[in-house]
Design a protein around this ligand. Structure first.
Ligand code: NAP
Length: 529
């Protein structure tokens, strides 16, 4: 029996509801604030454990997906309760492993719990199954059969914990919550940057599985370092989809593994985005100094380690843009370098900033001091002409750095937009006299991004029904999906149509006079019976 609430960390993987010690290499978590290892040692999962976790997930799938929506909602609520029950041990361990402050991690725990509850509510409400019924038309020539449609879970899902959200996008984060809601077992690859936090949460999930009487294969935690775990996991024939947040390189590597399988599977990877901010002329004139202050806050929040960080700012060259640049540089100059999540992320950030500083046509406006493991804020400016020819300026540098691009006019802003890669977000800073300019940009923005904001900042993603946290490649591997909000469940569902099945063989939700009173779509209209 797993003891979830005592802050126990043994460094083991959790497979089949029990802790197992892997034969792979041992490692310790790293405290990035103290530059020191943290006890205990973790034992990297071996191939047998990965295989067993995936097989058990495959075996558990039919039982898990046969649970009612109410039962899975209760399970999600229980996971949330068990996470809260870990108490302060969870926050302290996460602080030690990430260098993130208490207030951020307490907030993130709240978000994690709310995400689980949001999916529980979605299940209780029921419309996610998108039930469609085309009744038989026997008199028609040719006759139409009775057709009934619903969505079911795709099967076991491999989820990769993200380094930058140790709670909300890790073990019981958004990917896991949406997969569970869809009735899919989860095999979780813990991020090696926060293995103790991962184990604590995983024990809470295992406890919830026990309390709800579900098969132990519904959830497994694989701990460890090295690409082999993730690659073996994604290649395993039982795994039917992948949820990933991390680097473009890692995401692409896993997409290649998934595509090379005898049965290729979808990978929902969220990888890189520079989230352009458009400073339209009216807004720049009216509020340039304010926008500069808020921009500096958004850029440096969490030491810039957010996928929605505003890494690109487009404005129209002139005195207002120069004043904005000056004010933003001054605001960033006042922000102390912060501890980054891992030594690797800090190293990549420092290299990325140095590369930007060395680019032809790029002028440095602010360059915070770097120290080991820390990231100082940086701001650069270039022209649209230089940006359009230099692809190296278009990529994500993960951390508190942004590039200002001076455009001649709105038409040039649109041209720059056309040359951008896919993005999670785009933000328009605008006043009423900017609406025409914004309207000319919108079609290009819709093609490029998953979320378009007005007069806000992209960091801080609301977890709700209408949220889209996705976007065309490389923001994500599949721009038709979102990884935040209730729409995230669709990644792990697929449609099944039942043609002329006898009532007794139909799933409850598709039967005539369905006692659940579930949502049905008739003649293109969705309504509750
Ligand atoms: P990462 O290196 O991509 O690692 C994410 C996860 O994938 C880890 O569990 C990692 O574990 C695994 N992995 C990485 N490469 C793999 C490969 N080739 N094959 C199989 N598994 C692989 O990301 P990270 O450690 O979080 O941060 C590194 C960089 O990712 C950052 O500097 C930043 O550029 C980017 N990042 C972006 C976002 C975003 O939201 N856009 C968020 C976080 C990070 P193993 O290394 O043990 O295999």
């Amino acid at each position: 029996m797993i003891d979830a609430n005592r802050g126990i960390i043994t460094g083991e993987s959790l497979v089949g509801g029990i802790a197992v010690k892997g034969n792979g290499s041992d490692f310790k978590a790293w405290n990035p604030a103290l530059n020191a290892h943290i006890e205990p040692s973790f034992h990297t999962a071996d191939a047998d454990q990965i295989d067993q976790a995936c097989r058990l997930a495959g075996t558990a799938f039919d039982t898990f997906r046969a649970t009612t929506d109410q039962e899975r909602a209760a399970f999600l609520d229980t996971v949330a309760e068990q996470i809260v029950a870990i108490g302060d041990d969870l926050i302290e361990r996460a602080m030690a492993e990430t260098g993130l402050p208490r207030v951020r991690l307490e907030g993130e725990r709240g978000r994690t719990v709310n995400q689980l509850k949001l999916f529980a509510d979605l299940l209780r409400e029921g419309s996610y199954r998108d039930v469609r019924i085309d009744s038989a038309l026997p008199e028609r020539a040719p006759p139409r059969p009775d057709l009934r449609y619903r969505l079911i879970g795709v099967g076991p899902v491999a989820v990769f914990g993200a380094s930058n959200f140790p709670l909300a996008f890790s073990v019981a984060g958004g990917d896991t919550a949406s997969a569970f809601a869809a009735g899919c077992p989860v095999v979780l690859k813990a991020h090696p940057a926060h293995p103790g936090t991962s184990e604590l949460v995983a024990r809470a999930v295992v406890k919830a599985v026990e309390l709800c009487g579900l098969p132990a294969g519904v959830f497994a935690l694989l701990t460890g370092v090295g690409n082999a775990i993730g690659q073996t996991l994604v290649a395993h024939p039982e795994i039917q989809a992948v949820g990933f947040t991390g680097s473009r390189f890692g995401g692409m590597a896993l997409m290649a593994v998934a595509a090379a399988r005898p049965q290729p599977i979808p990978v929902y990877a969220e990888m890189s985005s520079i989230n352009p901010l458009f400073l339209l002329p009216g807004a720049l004139k009216a509020r340039g100094a304010d926008i500069a202050q808020q921009f500096a806050g958004s850029l440096t929040m969490g030491v810039g380690q957010f996928c929605t960080n505003p890494g690109l700012v487009l404005g129209i060259a002139g005195p207002d843009f120069d004043a904005f640049a000056h004010a933003a540089a001054a605001a960033l100059g006042g922000v102390a370098a912060g501890t980054m999540l891992t030594a690797g992320i800090a190293g990549a950030y420092q290299q990325g900033v140095a590369a930007l500083a060395g680019q032809q046509g790029v002028k440095t406006l602010a360059l915070g001091a770097h120290a080991e493991g820390k990231g100082g804020a940086a701001l650069f400016v270039t022209s649209a002409d230089a940006f359009l020819v230099e692809k190296a300026l278009h990529g994500e540098v993960f951390g508190p750095v942004s590039l200002l691009v001076a455009c001649r006019d709105v038409e040039e802003m649109r041209r720059v937009t056309d040359h951008l890669e896919g993005q999670l977000t785009a933000t328009l800073q605008l006043e009423e006299d900017d609406y025409d300019a914004a309207a000319t940009l919108l079609p290009a923005l819709e093609r490029k991004v998953g979320r378009i904001l007005a007069n806000g900042f992209p960091t801080g993603v609301e977890v709700s029904t209408a949220m889209v946290h996705g976007g065309p490649f490389p923001a994500t591997a599949d721009g038709r999906s979102t990884s935040v909000g209730t729409g995230a469940i669709l990644r792990f569902l697929r449609p099944v149509c039942y043609q002329n099945l006898p009532q007794r063989l139909l799933p409850d939700a598709l039967r005539d006079g369905n006692p659940l009173g579930i949502w049905r779509r008739r003649d293109g209209v969705l309504g509750k019976e």
